[in-house]
Design a protein around this ligand. Sequence first.
Ligand code: SAM
Length: 237
Amino acid sequence: MKYVKTNDGSISAYNDKYDDYYHSQKDGAILETLYKHIIPSFSIVDKTSLKILDICFGLGYNSLFTLAYAKKFNINVEIFSPEKDILLLDGLRNFKYPKILYNYLDINNILHSITQSKKYNQSNLSLYVFKGDASIYLQQFKDGFFDIIYQDAFSPSKNNELWSESHFRELYRILHNDGVITTYSSSSFVRKNAFLCGFFVFNMKYFKLKQGSIFTKQDIDIKNIENIILNKIDRLN
Ligand SMILES: C[S@@+](CC[C@H](N)C(=O)[O-])C[C@H]1O[C@@H](n2cnc3c(N)ncnc32)[C@H](O)[C@@H]1O
């Protein structure tokens, strides 16, 4: 694995085995995490208590920024995240996360907890990490369990099993009726697979960021949601 600095100044990495990056170099790891996953999903599912699936843990940006965001806005979150690269999880204690995360969270304590006991619990914030294959992990969850799913595997051409029609069928089963899936991918292969499983498919594009997708089980007023997203981004800056 090779560390790389992304365009927003945050550090991400390149994975030799998959020949792929953990985040878009152009958008940046922080902006991808906040603008493609956290803010859109928290804008669509407006609840004070959320169950979130982060596929997959990787460098932990999605899960850790979600804990920080939930802490800032006093939202209860339970995050469930599979990751099959066991060595990666153990190596993260030396990883240089963006400074802002340390303002909200005791990152060293969280990393220590999840590498030792695969879970972290602190008042209204919980994170459960599973070391193993995501497809097997998903089978244990009951229908409609998750409010939010971050679909964040490597790109479809490199990590095909986590973008297949059967994968989206399983996501459809475990997503709540009012829930949402966010992804950086805008590939027609991915959108078609989601659509074939019954999802409504929406384009996600703002500022100069690359376009991503939103999948829901119910139709939503996407124009209204975009305004809410832009408002939340404004408030965060
Ligand atoms: C793009 S990275 C995830 C980035 C991460 N969400 C973050 O915020 O840093 C994709 C991750 O998926 C993991 N992965 C790929 N296929 C998997 C599978 N079938 N089961 C579990 N993890 C998998 C890889 O090891 C890699 O860490």
